[in-house]
Design a protein around this ligand. Structure first.
Ligand SMILES: Cc1cc2nc3c(=O)[nH]c(=O)nc-3n(C[C@H](O)[C@H](O)[C@H](O)COP(=O)(O)OP(=O)(O)OC[C@H]3O[C@@H](n4cnc5c(N)ncnc54)[C@H](O)[C@@H]3O)c2cc1C
Length: 374
């Protein structure tokens, strides 16, 4: 084992949170390393609808999703398991872009301003005010600060013994791109028994279909095509989609053990960003905006503290934690409530009847899980 290099900040994970923090902090004269498992570009399981609340901030970071063809999305539709449909205008709107393109845009904007290493972090320990980070390729880094942006579930969570990782989670997700006739200004959320499926267009004109379901529902069929045919297709919108859409991937991407349990924004002195700090239910379509927003919160806290020339770690941890909770806790709570309602057949039926009578309810519910422009 050799000591490779020492940094002021090491960012573990180069998804939206890690890349945004790297870009923001790179504007100051800091010695930063980003460690990411997978080279860019790569596909990720995600609904690929991004709330407009982060557009101005992305612009500040030098990232323009519309330059690569992101679709402007202003309409929302949601159907229940029988296909009863409600349409609404999105309060703030958003855009459709694949993670393949978006993460890569952020990475390219970094333009070698900081060091990036493609490797998997195995361990991160804190002692005597210094972090030691070991990677799979047997490289050792040290740093004064560590940013944890390693997503919803990582080997590092296991290494740190984080609470949520001890419990099995009932959720799995499936995603793929398809050619299908679908309006580019719309994001749809179609319910099926035991889950829901999001549809929206990306920059390449394909439709991204991404669904979340439980093992309990899935295991009755065990295979994706059978599950889609027997369960998702009970919703007429999904039936039409899966019968007529042409797959663009050889096979869908899947992830499992998706946990929505409460996490902490600072653990073991690591500043947690994005999903590492907490994952909002995907139906809210706000996780990416929250990941990017959390990078802004942390970067501002860090830059303000370092401008004083004498960083007080304890105070900085307290400031970030307070700000994170104030910004996101309510949204996460609302997301949990909405998801449990949506997956409860009677509650969904009643909710749909009420929303048909009072259509303003839908934008009001969406607002509870979103923020305003950052
Ligand atoms: C089914 C589903 C659908 C969703 N749909 C939407 C949607 O439509 N809109 C929306 O806004 N949000 C959506 N989300 C949420 C959104 O995907 C996440 O909130 C967002 O990706 C969080 O970004 P992140 O940077 O925190 O994590 P990630 O994007 O997951 O990035 C984490 C990175 O860390 C890296 N990493 C992990 N461990 C290590 C390690 N040990 N060493 C080095 N690197 C490591 C990974 O390779 C990865 O690149 C959805 C989520 C799910 C599960």
């Amino acid at each position: 084992m050799k000591i490779y290099k020492s940094y002021q900040i090491v960012i573990i994970g180069g998804g939206l949170a890690g890349l945004s923090a790297a870009l923001h902090l790179s504007q100051a004269n800091l010695d930063i390393l980003l460690i990411e498992k997978h080279p860019y570009p790569n596909h990720k399981v995600c609904g690929e609808y991004v709330s407009n609340e982060v557009l101005e901030y992305l612009d500040f970071l030098g990232v323009s999703p519309f330059e690569v063809g992101a679709k402007k999305i202003s309409n929302f539709e949601v159907s229940n398991t029988n296909g009863s449909l409600i349409k609404a205008e999105l309060p703030l709107g958003g855009f459709g872009i694949s993670r393949y393109a978006l993460d890569n845009l952020l990475y390219e904007a970094l333009d070698s301003k900081i060091d990036v290493v493609f490797d998997t972090v195995k361990s991160v320990t804190f002692s005597n005010e210094l972090f030691t980070i070991d990677t799979k390729n047997e490289i050792q880094f040290t740093s004064t600060y560590v940013v944890g942006a390693f997503g919803k579930r990582s080997n590092i969570d296991t290494f740190l013994g984080r609470q949520f990782i001890q419990n099995a989670s009932p959720w799995l997700a499936v995603k793929a791109h398809y050619t299908y006739d679908f309006p580019e200004d719309t994001v749809a959320l179609h319910n099926f028994v035991g889950g829901y499926c999001g549809l929206s267009k990306t920059e390449t004109d394909v439709v991204n279909a991404c669904y979340l379901t439980t093992y309990k529902s899935f295991k009755r069929f065990g295979k994706i095509p059978e599950f889609q045919e027997n369960v998702l297709a009970q919703n007429p919108y999904l039936k039409d989609f899966f019968e007529n859409a042409i797959p663009e991937f050889e096979k869908p991407l899947t992830i499992s053990q998706i946990s929505f349990e409460v996490k902490q924004p600072v653990e073991d002195h690591i500043f947690m960003l994005g999903d590492s700090a907490g994952l909002i239910h995907p139906l809210c379509g706000n996780g990416m905006a929250m990941a990017i927003h959390s990078a802004k919160l942390f970067s501002e806290v860090f830059l303000e503290a370092s401008a004083n020339g004498n960083i007080d770690r304890k105070e900085m941890e307290h400031n970030y934690e307070t700000l994170w909770k104030k910004t996101f806790s309510k949204r996460l709570k609302s997301g949990r409530k909405i998801q449990s309602l949506l997956l409860h057949p009677t509650a969904t039926r009643v909710g749909f009847s009420i929303a048909k009578l009072f259509p303003n309810i839908v934008p009001a519910v969406i607002k509870r899980t979103h923020g305003s422009t950052i």
